[in-house]
Design a protein around this ligand. Structure first.
Ligand SMILES: Cc1cc2nc3c(=O)[nH]c(=O)nc-3n(C[C@H](O)[C@H](O)[C@H](O)COP(=O)(O)OP(=O)(O)OC[C@H]3O[C@@H](n4cnc5c(N)ncnc54)[C@H](O)[C@@H]3O)c2cc1C
Length: 559
């Protein structure tokens, strides 16, 4: 057996009672009724690292050790004593385990398989709370401890390093990061894997596979994100996009018994996932980060049995016959009785010739703690006059020396919520430049300077600022639909009463009834959230629309 740390030594990080709760005898009785008794000998492995976690274990007597494994060494992460249970989010997601669990002594356990656990948490709200809270907290702890065998070697000057970090973070995947610019021993590591600088960023996956600048899809494949999801059978509902709108549709549909599959290009959360703090979402008076909100929603959708294909783009819709088929590339498709389109919108890009050179290398489209780490103690620019620009400015003002806010119009009043305007006014380190546009970006590998111009006076100013946050509105992610549904002139999807008689005639609407609220010009296909024409671009409205659409999905399925 590899070396093991002293079992009595406290595990790194704390294991508070919410993270490792002890079930009361009545709670245990309700849980154990769904499992089978099993005895394990001292040293026996009950859950192996990197294997699919198909069961959880409740300890009746004895003790289990939860261990991180690196370089064939086991390090104690936590201890499960009688009344405690194993598992973390991997169980609900049906993914591979991030830890090894070994019996520290002869133990009596109850083994509950994943499906039985899912049924239990759907019906027993007290048990559901205990398990879900523990599973989310444990995953956060594993992320904080960088548990797992994923190492990213990159540089903050490379756009793909930021992309991969974002992809792993969005998917709640723990990883360790080695920055070439900061770690002098990295060359030794590169030599060990015969890598050159041109191969960067590199992801060492599961301690062995070496992926050179991998796509998100390659990473998802290596980590087994989509394993075990049947893509061939006809689903009641396929949802495209796992932002707030898609996640809400998934939670409501799955909780109401529908067979749901979500396709998501990147990871759960959508644009909201890039928000450092959402302060106007009902029920969170002190605000909540977009990442945390989507993490909770994702776990909730999994709890009700919704499945999600990660790093899977919908790139077409076969809409000429039913069931519809959502195309996913390489001749593959997912059949669906009904479809909810929740593919949202993307930030507009500044019209500057050399912009792409600096994207991720000084120019960013989200202001989360990831980006904030890159520009701490420096001056930054935020471009845009909407709420997301305002939030970014307020957030970045906490860690930077000065935030220059550039807006094209003469003020913020028409485009930003009043509470944010007040916050900006009260923050001395935010300097508002109205009637101002960026006209040039300068630098070699990384942004080094920005020139802006006052569009009233024509006067230009150049500043040595290396970080620019572009927050200038959004364009819809609807091109993949290839004209299957009616859109407005700007590409946002028309639904319900917004569809004119002309639209419906052109689309050959085949039914006697009119389209339902949120239904597109294609029967049984709905559009919700930011992708929908007339949507108000708020988390709450996206969530509301996702849930409303499900009530019409039921009606379509019943027809
Ligand atoms: C930085 C920032 C801060 C914000 N702050 C707030 C706030 O404080 N309060 C508030 O109310 N609103 C806020 N918003 C707006 C809010 O986030 C959006 O209105 C909301 O996220 C829209 O949700 P959605 O699900 O419709 O779309 P999105 O959030 O855009 O999600 C769409 C999802 O679809 C996926 N996708 C796209 N195309 C495809 C495809 N072809 N195949 C598969 N998947 C696809 C994307 O990867 C994405 O995950 C903020 C937005 C940003 C960017």
């Amino acid at each position: 057996m590899p070396d093991t740390e002293d079992a009595q030594s406290p595990p790194p990080g704390s294991t508070p009672s919410e993270m490792f709760p002890v079930l009361t005898s009545t709670q245990q009785a309700r849980v154990l009724a769904h499992g089978e008794r099993r005895t394990v000998e001292v040293g026996e492995i009950v859950v192996e690292l990197n294997e699919h976690v198909t069961s959880v274990f409740v300890v009746v007597s004895g003790q289990l050790h939860v261990q991180q494994v690196s370089n064939n060494q086991e390090h104690l992460v936590a201890i499960c004593n009688p009344g405690m249970f194993t598992g973390e989010l991997s169980v609900l997601m049906g993914r591979r385990g991030l830890v090894r669990i070994r019996a520290a002594e002869k133990s009596e356990l109850f083994e509950i398989d994943r499906k039985a656990l899912q049924a239990l948490v759907e019906t027993d709200s007290e048990i559901s709370d205990i398990f879900l809270r523990a599973y989310i907290l444990r995953r956060l702890e594993l992320i904080a401890l960088e548990v797992g065998d994923i190492v990213l070697v990159g540089s903050s000057h490379l756009l793909d390093t930021l992309r991969i970090k974002e992809f792993l973070t969005r998917n709640y995947q723990p990883y360790s990061y080695i920055d070439l610019e900061r770690d002098t021993q990295v060359q030794e590591m590169l030599d060990r894997f015969s890598l050159s600088l041109d191969d960067l960023p590199v992801l060492i996956c599961r301690g062995s596979a070496v992926l050179r600048n991998p796509s998100n899809e390659e990473i998802a494949r290596c980590l087994g994100f989509n394993e075990g999801i049947d893509q061939a059978h006809v689903r009641d509902l396929v949802i495209v996009g796992a932002g707030p709108a898609g996640l809400a549709a998934a939670v409501y549909a799955a909780s109401e018994g529908l067979d749901v599959l979500i396709l998501e290009s990147s990871g759960p959360g959508g644009q909201a996932g890039a928000s450092s703090k959402i302060e106007n979402y009902l029920g969170f008076p002190t605000g909540i980060s977009g990442h945390e909100l989507s993490g909770r929603a994702y776990a909730q959708a999994q709890k009700f049995g919704a499945e999600m294909l990660i790093a899977k783009d919908a790139n077409g819709l076969a809409c000429d016959r039913r069931p519809y088929r959502v195309l996913t590339g390489n001749g593959q498709s997912v059949p669906a009785r009904t479809v909810v389109i929740a593919s949202g919108a993307q930030y507009r890009r500044l019209q500057l010739e050399n912009l792409s050179k600096f994207e991720g290398a000084g120019v960013y489209y989200g202001a989360t703690y990831l980006e904030a780490q890159l520009c701490g103690g420096e001056e930054v620019i935020v471009v845009g006059g909407g709420n997301s620009a305002g939030q970014a400015a307020v957030f970045l003002a906490q860690t930077t020396t000065r935030v220059h806010m550039l807006v094209r119009s003469e003020g913020l009043a028409k485009t930003m919520s009043r509470y944010l305007i007040r916050r900006i006014e009260q923050t001395p380190s935010i300097e508002l430049h109205t009637n101002t546009e960026v006209v040039a970006l300068n630098g070699n590998d990384h942004l080094e300077g920005v020139t802006w111009r006052n569009n009233q006076t024509g006067q230009t100013e150049s500043h040595n600022i290396a970080h620019l946050f572009s927050m200038t509105g959004a364009v819809p992610n609807s091109a993949w639909l290839g004209g299957c549904v009616a859109c407005d002139q700007t590409g946002f999807i028309k639904t319900g009463s917004d569809l004119t008689t002309e639209d419906l005639e052109k689309a050959k609407w085949p039914l006697a009834r009119s389209p339902y609220l949120l239904e597109t010009s294609l029967p049984g296909v709905f559009a919700v959230g930011d992708i929908r024409g007339g949507n108000v671009k708020r988390v709450a409205s996206a969530v509301g629309e996702g849930s409303i659409a499900v009530s019409f999905v039921h009606q379509v399925l019943a027809q």
